[in-house]
Ligand binder design. Structure first.
Ligand code: PAF
Length: 282
């Protein structure tokens, strides 16, 4: 596996691969790699000649300095995981100046309102930071296909919108949420939870599964009541939000129409760790 430590080495590498006509699959990350990331590479492996990942903790997408500082970083360990997996041909480790040659600040994006829903309300500016880094990485890596986990469903929708608006020749693909055996969606943040709390957090997936069942014949208003009751009875965790939204517009709804696709979204704080999850509703 090639370890590309700056923009110049990446560009030389990409140029050679493009000359050979290789089809490139790309999965950007912020490191702290886990099986969820490996599932992105596995999908990319099947659909491309070459798989590239990047590790870059992007400062402009954090809402506060403490969160950025606390973000787990262990690049050597991540490189070992990547090499052992055998799924990735090259990893790009840009320096801050490779992404932000002038000021470390975001550009602003118009994602047709997707940015104003859910995470956009609690994390102002977050999606501008994500758009800025992902657009720059796309322009440097020039992938044919790019892979993102459905755990961050709003991020996936926003990146698809950015690619459409900027007319980038890239297919953005969502990969199903990778879950631990107890149903907990894998996330780099889970590292900050004790084993007991990880076990307690199974309630998030269990609740989403019940919501999917209730959705067949219960009103959204009553589903929300049920979910609130479940979390009112939990110690050690706090429901930040639960809502059902149109899967395309991400707009919250209490009314449903037969023809529209819906998805349930949930954020729960467990011992100060913010866990997010979602599920398509059948
Ligand atoms: O999902 C992430 O890890 C990050 O938001 C991303 C897409 C790598 C951009 O920094």
């Amino acid at each position: 596996m090639e370890v590309l430590k700056n923009k110049k080495t990446l560009q030389d590498f990409i140029e050679r691969q493009k000359e050979m006509g290789k089809r490139i699959g790309f999965a950007p990350t912020m490191g702290a790699l886990h099986n969820g990331h490996l599932s992105l590479y596995e999908t990319a492996r099947k659909e491309n000649d070459l798989v590239i990942s990047s590790i870059f903790v992007n400062p402009t997408q954090f809402n506060n300095a403490e969160d950025l500082e606390k973000y787990p970083r262990d690049t050597d360990h991540d490189i070992t995981i990547l090499k052992t997996s055998g799924l990735v041909d090259a990893v790009y480790l840009p320096q801050v100046e490779d992404i932000y040659p002038e000021k470390t600040e975001s550009q602003s994006y118009d994602y047709d309102g997707l940015e104003n829903e859910m995470e956009g309300k609690s994390r102002p500016g977050h999606f501008d930071g994500v758009g800025t880094v992902v657009e720059e990485l796309f322009r440097q890596v020039k992938p044919d296909n790019a892979y993102f986990g459905e755990k961050d469903y709003q991020q996936l929708a926003i990146i698809k919108k950015m690619v459409e608006k900027k007319q980038l020749p890239i297919k953005v693909k969502g990969v199903s949420i990778y879950r631990a055996e107890n149903g907990l969606a894998l996330s780099s943040r889970n590292q900050r939870l004790s084993e007991t709390r990880k076990e307690d957090a199974r309630i998030i997936f269990e609740t989403l599964t019940k919501v999917n069942e209730w959705f067949k014949n219960t009103s959204i208003v009553n589903i929300k009541k049920n979910v609130n009751e479940i979390f009112d009875n939990q110690t050690n965790m706090e429901l930040e939000y639960f809502l059902i939204a149109d899967e395309n517009t991400l707009k919250e709804t209490d009314q449903r129409e037969e023809k529209n696709p819906y998805r349930a979204f949930i954020v729960v704080n467990v011992d100060g760790v913010r866990l997010i999850d979602n599920m398509h509703l059948n």
